[in-house]
Design a protein around this ligand. Structure first.
Ligand code: ZN
Length: 243
């Protein structure tokens, strides 16, 4: 499967130095390098500073799953690029939306709600990811009832999203917030997974459990990998025949 990792690769001025220290080559490079270890994935990466804001149509047309990290509320992604991303998702490209990309134009458009509405504070608190759907393909390979990230930004409800069609994680923060942190939706032929972790000043995308989830999510969102994945009802053709 072909995976493309895109990142806005910018931070607030006061956090820019910490971001460069954590991810000297860019978040998209770290994520892509990890995913590339999966033998079933061919991974490419781009960021906001590349030509066409990193959304080369020739790459997108071949992409099975796009992994998307962005930072800024009201990001300055051209509407023509957002239109194209939306078309690709509706046509079947998987989309993994990470962390602050909850406020991206493409996510808002696909959800139809103000997805930038949530509680947040950057206090370096631990985050406990409760696995609320252990049989889900995205939770495969995780052990125990939860995993913990030692320090990350805290997000909390209310998160203005449509009710997820499948919920894989709910997060509890050190400070007591809860957050729907691993959420699945279908739009057109495309599968979308929102995954909370990954403030740019913490090395979250080097943590084993986070990257297991990300690898699983890419496979789940890839139509080549799960061509007949329907969450709500099994079609007759999906029911195995016992001979
Ligand atoms: Zn953040």
């Amino acid at each position: 499967m072909r995976v493309h990792v895109w990142a806005e690769n910018r931070s607030r001025p006061e956090e820019a130095a910490a971001m460069r220290k954590t991810y000297p080559l860019g978040i998209e490079v770290d994520i892509a390098a990890y995913l590339q270890r999966n033998e079933d994935m061919i991974v490419t990466a781009s960021n906001r500073n590349d030509s066409m804001q990193g959304f080369d149509r020739r790459v997108l047309d071949k992409t099975d799953v796009l992994v998307y990290w962005s930072k800024n509320d009201g990001e300055d992604i051209d509407d023509a690029n957002v239109d194209y991303l939306q078309k690709r998702v509706l046509d079947g490209m998987g989309l993994i939306v990470l962390h602050s990309a909850h406020s991206s134009k493409i996510f808002q458009r696909l959800m139809g709600t103000r997805t930038n509405s949530l509680r947040w504070r950057n206090a370096g608190e631990w985050q406990r990811y409760w696995i609320v759907n252990p049989a889900h393909p995205i939770a495969e390979g995780l052990e125990g009832e939860y995993f913990e990230i030692p320090a990350d930004e805290t997000y909390g409800e209310y998160f203005e999203i449509p009710q997820p069609q499948e919920q894989v994680f709910i997060t509890q923060s050190q400070g007591g917030d809860v957050f729907r942190s691993g959420n699945c939706w279908m739009r057109g032929l495309g599968r979308i997974f929102y995954f909370e972790p990954g403030h740019e000043t913490y090395p979250v995308y080097r943590q084993r459990e986070v990257m297991i989830v990300l690898s699983n999510a890419v496979r789940w969102a890839c139509r080549k990998h799960y061509p007949n994945y329907f969450p709500d009802s099994k079609r007759e053709s999906d029911i195995p025949i016992v001979k």
